[in-house]
Design a binder for this molecule. Sequence first.
Ligand code: PLP
Length: 502
Amino acid sequence: MILKPHPSLKELSLNSYLFSDESVNLYEEYIQKTTSYIQQFLSNRTFYQGDNLEEILKNKEQAKLLNIEETHTIDSVLEELNNLYIKNAIAFHNPTYVAHLNCPITLPSVIAEMITTTINTAVETWDQSTSATFIEQEVIQWITNVFNLSNNSDGVFTSGGTQSNFMGLLMARDNYAFKNFGINIKQHGWSNEISKFRVFCSEKAHFSIQKSAALLGMGYDAVIPVKVDKRMRMDANELVLAIERTKQEGNIPIAVVATLGTTDYGSFDPIQTIGKITREHNMWLHADGAYGGVYALTNTHKEYFTGIELVDSITIDFHKTLFQPVSCSAFLVNNKQHFQYVSYYADYLNPVEDKDPQRPNLIEKSIQTTRRFDALKVWLTLKTMGTKTIANYLEEVHSLTKAVYHSIKDEECFEIAHVPELSTLVFRYKSEGITEDIIHNTINLYIKNTLYKAGKASIASTKLDGNIYLKFTLLNPKNTINNLLNIIEMIKTTGEQYKTTN
Ligand SMILES: *Cc1c(COP(=O)(O)O)cnc(C)c1O
């Protein structure tokens, strides 16, 4: 048998882009080249170069992975990527971007990302992560202290609020089943009692609550929406009534999700009152602080967190309100024993015989296995910028939101859905002389889409009582009231323009 000769080591290293000490000069060179593309991106004056179907179809073709048996230089592919993606990427730091919960990010977090990615630490076991373990634990401890959780509290980084909410409901389900029925779901799986489990959240809660209930085998129907008051907060009386109704129907109330900052209105459910109710009914209390949680650092929103120590678990998204790159999120529990519902001891990874309190394996707290070292960016941000700067940023975007509210609240052509509590404002444009909602809906969608497609402003929309409203989500502390009022002017002009052209 004739063996095919292997390529020489030299050939391999010449053709190889594997990252190592041998490629470190190339690395430096490309960091610089990449920086110039990023500089171009940052210098764009609008959030988007504009939406053009011809261009979109061209980019779809460009994205195709054709001829990948052939090699290409990084330079040529970077140039291609610039035209395909970087030029078309949405600039969240741009002040005309006021649509979703995407924040501008801190410089220390970007530097941390570079370290995280190039060293490529995986934080699931001590032997892979060493001191990174302590950095994650420190950040977790810092945030559990911010929330005044117990000495027995703990937490873990997750991929986002959705995963954190999933973990909250998983623990609520498994803990209730075990404590009240002696059922060990982790070991034995499904049991009929679980079909009767019900979870309560406000009607303005995030959709990931329903989605998690479905993924946990309980279904959307296991989530009971509770009415909100005028301030879009869960009505505690309605909660009590809903719990009673559920019991009368023969179902089992197991948990309440209180939202700290609803996605649309930034409203906070009354956590202390809800905490008393969940204690009385032996239910789990999960706080979804994906949006508003970090406001615990501010002076302006402290009172919204009174009673937070009553929670069993908390979701917090650093990639929304701590100015961190995606992904950066955490799940916290008041009693770390509850991590038993997700822990697993794998022979090849973290055998139980090898447990060592000085060298912990974070995998025991996570539903992921291989996991990014996302905690580093928070650690570096906190060390360099301090919590006061972050709090000032959050207070600033809140105050900008209030300023927009006060500027437009008496204008005939706007109807505002709420008094802003955080940094979102939901409102709609009301064209003079038009009474039908269906036309208002069409005009508001027209405004949103026209401004987006022209690259002039990215505004979100949402529905309230079946009607379309526009939404500002302000997360950029460098934005200005003048710029925001300029967007308001564009909304008016575009609304008027619809009338003259239709
Ligand atoms: C954004 C959001 C989530 C989901 O978080 P992701 O990080 O996007 O997965 C959950 N709850 C609330 C209130 C949110 O605003």
